[in-house]
Design a protein around this ligand. Sequence first.
Ligand SMILES: NC(=O)c1ccc[n+]([C@@H]2O[C@H](COP(=O)([O-])OP(=O)(O)OC[C@H]3O[C@@H](n4cnc5c(N)ncnc54)[C@H](O)[C@@H]3O)[C@@H](O)[C@H]2O)c1
Length: 261
Amino acid sequence: MTTRLLITGAAGGLGRYAREGLKGCADVLRLSDVATLSPAGEGEEIVRCDLAEREAVDQLVRGCDAILHLGAISVESDFDALLQANILGTYNLYEAARKAGVNRILFASTNHVTGFHPIGETLDHLSPRRPDSLYGVSKCFGEDLSRLYFDKYGMETACLRIGSCFAEPTNRRMLSTWLSPRDFLALVRRLLDAPKIGHLVLYGVSANRDVWWSNGHADFLGWRPQDSSEPYRHEIEKREEEPSDGVRYQGGRHAAAKLPG
Ligand SMILES: NC(=O)c1ccc[n+]([C@@H]2O[C@H](COP(=O)([O-])OP(=O)(O)OC[C@H]3O[C@@H](n4cnc5c(N)ncnc54)[C@H](O)[C@@H]3O)[C@@H](O)[C@H]2O)c1
């Protein structure tokens, strides 16, 4: 049982699901964001913190025994912004965790670390990374950093390459990439409860008909996604025309867009 679980990015979309859905997973949820959070409820602590500020992050992490690291710029952005929040922020978090003796981190990576693979290929944790954006590159940094901290210090990380985690899938791409909030929360719980996870890379995706990713190596977790995008297919396909020829890559518009700057 986790005593104190730190959730970074707790004011964001997934952070709000986690705040509600992970109640009882730890004695205390320490909720943190650079943005304002609503006041602490029972079993909660609120700590406002910019992940780019090293000393503040050191303090933030102290006393926690696991971290769900969601805090980041979650879309394509200019490099300087990604450098602060995603690269420096993740480095600060891992250093603080090492110093505080935190041994398990669930790192919100993204499917955009492999977004330049074409649709039609099935990927797994061993497929080469082909980031489709500067955002994807910033998450590759986090994955590599977590590997370094595992190899050097034995700190365990699950890199969750999240597909599209929203209440419902809303476009054709999400018919393949959708991760329901319920499946996301069940996966997080499994990762917190498993006796050992080592350094694990896995895709966060529901049991959709046309998934592009395989998680066979992570069967030991016992996580079986319950939801599927199929009930939404008819409406989406009626609303959205066939994907254009430009959408050849798994990363969709991230792969198609020009880089910022
Ligand atoms: N939602 C998805 O489908 C999805 C898909 C792939 C990856 N992810 C990853 O999961 C995580 C959560 O995604 P989300 O959809 O909730 O994103 P979000 O943008 O809604 O939330 C991210 C939160 O991080 C906070 N944040 C940004 N910079 C910060 C900083 N310097 N210090 C502290 N906090 C900072 C923001 O204020 C925000 O509340 C992100 O890391 C994202 O990259 C999400």
